[in-house]
Design a protein around this ligand. Structure first.
Ligand SMILES: NC(=O)c1ccc[n+]([C@@H]2O[C@H](COP(=O)([O-])OP(=O)(O)OC[C@H]3O[C@@H](n4cnc5c(N)ncnc54)[C@H](OP(=O)(O)O)[C@@H]3O)[C@@H](O)[C@H]2O)c1
Length: 324
């Protein structure tokens, strides 16, 4: 099978296309013929050896995929050969086939195409669990979304809007902000055009109820300052490459809550509820990812570079069914 391999740690350009042996399937696993895969920021970090966990090279890059089950060994719940599925794992997705624990797979709802399914998973699940179970968004809330043109950010714009919130989207280009507007944002701020704190004060004179922050760096503090008393700041990631240091007196004086999002911190009953609601939104088309760029498998390094540079609008996909 053809796969995009990280032969040594480094920038996206180290990734090469290689012929690799097909992996055997053991008990509890399934083999999936991949059709589409989504690039996530951690894929870039894993190749650079800057992620929380190191994977020793060589390894096949890619953490999120959609395709068809071609083989199952042992127990696989209600999944069978021929099912269209999505799945995630730390690495291995940018390849013609992937072998995973059957429990890592979910059936794609009828009527949803593979690209949409691949682009939906990590970004929408992150955004929704963070909005619903950490920021605890209610109808009418004012929500500021940083990185609002990126994968998680644009999903957060759409899903917060679906929850009845009024979204102020913050991003670095007109293209990203246009996408945020089309996904429901009421106000948009290009943080490269001036003072973020002043712009947020103008749109939200009474303060925001919540901030969703997948970016970090210099945007976090002015966004946190835009919160009203009792507001919630949710730190989701640090795509800027800078983990911000927030003066703690701000938290005390303003009376705000600073919270982190990780999947495993969501209570099991809320997790199940959120997943069911998301599944329904995907199946009915109420939530659909914006696919900003698609690369063939042979151009995986370019796809990773696109995301590494912060240029992605919505999701960047790899079309694995067209390797050239
Ligand atoms: N906690 C979790 O479980 C979880 C789950 C998924 C993702 N994450 C994290 O969330 C973050 C965002 O993920 P994503 O998929 O939304 O990424 P993305 O699509 O690449 O978007 C990230 C945004 O960050 C901003 N940015 C600023 N400087 C950047 C730089 N040097 N390189 C790249 N982006 C830069 C850009 O917004 P501007 O327009 O403002 O420049 C960009 O649109 C990542 O750090 C990821 O690891 C966390």
């Amino acid at each position: 099978m053809i796969a995009a391999v990280c032969p040594e740690y480094g920038p996206p350009e180290v990734v090469r296309i290689e012929e690799r042996p097909s992996q055997p399937v053991v008990h509890g696993q399934a083999k999936v013929r991949v059709s589409a895969a989504a690039v996530n920021y951690p894929d870039v970090l894993l190749v650079a050896n800057q992620y929380q966990i190191s994977v020793p090279p060589p390894f096949v890059v890619g953490s999120e995929f959609a395709g068809v089950i071609t083989e199952v060994v042992g127990e696989a719940g209600d999944l069978v050969v021929g099912d269209r599925v999505i799945g995630t794992q730390m690495f291995g997705a940018f390849a013609e086939e992937v072998v995973v624990a059957a429990t890592a797979l979910n059936r794609i709802p009828p009527g949803v195409d593979d690209r949409t399914a691949a682009a939906f998973g990590v970004a929408y699940r992150t955004a929704y669990h963070a909005l619903r179970s950490v920021a605890r968004i209610d109808s009418g809330d004012a929500v500021v979304v940083l990185g609002a043109g990126g994968g998680v950010g644009l999903a957060a714009v759409q899903l917060a809007t679906a929850l009845g919130a009024h979204v102020t989207a913050v991003a670095s280009s007109a293209e990203k902000l246009d996408a945020a507007t089309s996904y429901g944002a009421k106000h948009v701020v290009n943080h490269r055009m001036g003072d973020l704190r002043a712009a947020l004060r103008e749109f939200l004179p009474d303060g925001a109820d919540a901030v969703i922050d997948p970016v970090g760096g210099g945007l976090s503090e002015p966004a946190l300052r835009s919160l009203r008393r009792g507001g919630r700041f949710v730190t989701v990631g640090y795509a800027s490459g800078v983990i911000p240091a927030i003066p703690l007196n701000l938290v005390l004086v303003k009376g705000v809550h600073v919270l982190g999002f990780q999947f495993h911190d969501v209570a099991p009953d809320e997790f199940a509820r959120n997943e069911a609601e998301l599944g329904e939104m995907l199946a009915t088309g109420r939530a659909a990812p914006h696919i900003g760029a698609v690369y063939p498998l042979a151009e995986t390094a370019r796809a990773l570079r696109h995301v590494a540079d912060g240029d992605a609008v919505g999701k960047v996909l790899i079309d694995v069914s067209s390797p050239e």
